[in-house]
Design a protein. Sequence first.
Length: 488
Amino acid sequence: MTLSDSSIINKNLDRITLEAEFPAYKSSIKKAFEAGQAHILDWWDELTPTEKTNLLNRISTINFPLIKDLFNDTLLKVPQPAQGNITPPQIIPIPKDDAEKKIAQRARQIGENSLQKGETAIITVAGGDGTRLGINGPKGVFPITPIAGKSIFQLHAEKICAIQKRYNIQIPWYIMTSENNFPATQNYFQSHQFFGLDSRQVRFFNQGMLPVVDLQGNLLMDSKSTIVMSPNGHGGIIIALREKGILDDMKMRGIKNIFYHQVDNVLIKIADPLFIGYHVMDGAEMSLKVVKKSHPEEKVGVVVNVNGRLHVIEYSELSKEDMYAKNKDGTLKYNAGNIAIHMISIDFLEKIHQMGEAIPYHAAIKKVPFFAEDGSIVNPRKNNAVKFESFIFDILKYVRKGVIMEVIREEEFSPVKNMEGENSPATSRQDMINLFGRWLRNAGFSIPADHQGNVIGLIEINPCFALDEEELRNKVDKHLQFNGNLSL
Ligand code: UTP
């Protein structure tokens, strides 16, 4: 008898009996057995009636053939260099001369007008498990600001408050969560009175979840009655926007474009009018901010054209030759590091939905605790599991018109990914302090730095006091003396 034999009898029950007992779940039970995943019912006889129903409900949400295909297609595939004719894309540079500054000024005005007309919404994707950071609960509640210890969510909320005040507007803010962190995220905002925002402008929605499998493709359990589920990647936003009615809500509110960002970038310039302006000015479908790569082998996706279409090539897919290819002036040929800040038009999202094409999934091999056969919880030391995720940038292949705008990494990108080392809370705090330090220095104050250029001391500037360097210069007390610890 094989695992996929439809008459298989697992430890405690057979399929026919189970189907007869729960006719409403007949087809889901059949699919689970046929996919060789009957072990998820190994503890059936020990479950309470509620646990049984919950487990069957969960099973009914799982697309077993899809999981099997994903496991075979994604996991067993070795990353290949990207195929096709790869060329560097056209990039809007950081304005240097008067002509470029004039274009930027025009773009900013267009962006400000668009914001004032209420055409832009903000979407924060905050559904990730934050495995590398290793905290329980949503990453957004992690305390991050250098002095006050405000959370990442509070920091974003205060930036939104500040921009709303500046333009006398209200910007709808949509926050994507996973099933795992939805209640904690919503409760967190409620218990903090939405950090001064109007609760009606903030809407939370859940992304889809997929089961996590072991390295042989078997679904993992985290208790006798629960299957380990994981959010389906930031690309899950595409389906969730439609399924959760968010796109309809946006259209009803007259939204034309969304400003997309990831929760963990603490330097994000939320709803940046300049970026919005370039996107609107060009009638773009999807736009991207990029930074120069720090070195050829930096593990960051690179924005390129493949056969004339925009594409993000993951570092593992970039051939060594392309990785090190140089322009005549010695700069890297493929140098546009994707920092996951996008403008996306609602019409484009509609187009994707109408096409009905699925965006691909990628496999991520991770360490995932699981419920073992002997009834114990195992915390593996080595990677033991596969999560399937879709990526937002995979929709780029459908983009006919997109804008790529270069920004300065130190001003706009510092994600919190790991508990220690690079991209950690410590580096993000220092990046915030350094940014504030530069604003103050440019305003004429003396701010000491060490030999690596890091500010010596602590600085925190509330977005409501100053959202940018110009606002700081206009507001700051000219007699201020920096004594190593400054909160404004
Ligand atoms: P990452 O891919 O860095 O994942 O997500 P993560 O969950 O934050 O951390 P690890 O990989 O488990 O350590 C980048 C952004 O995309 C969001 C995250 O919340 C983060 O803002 N994201 C990721 C989702 O919203 N959903 C997902 O399924 C995955």
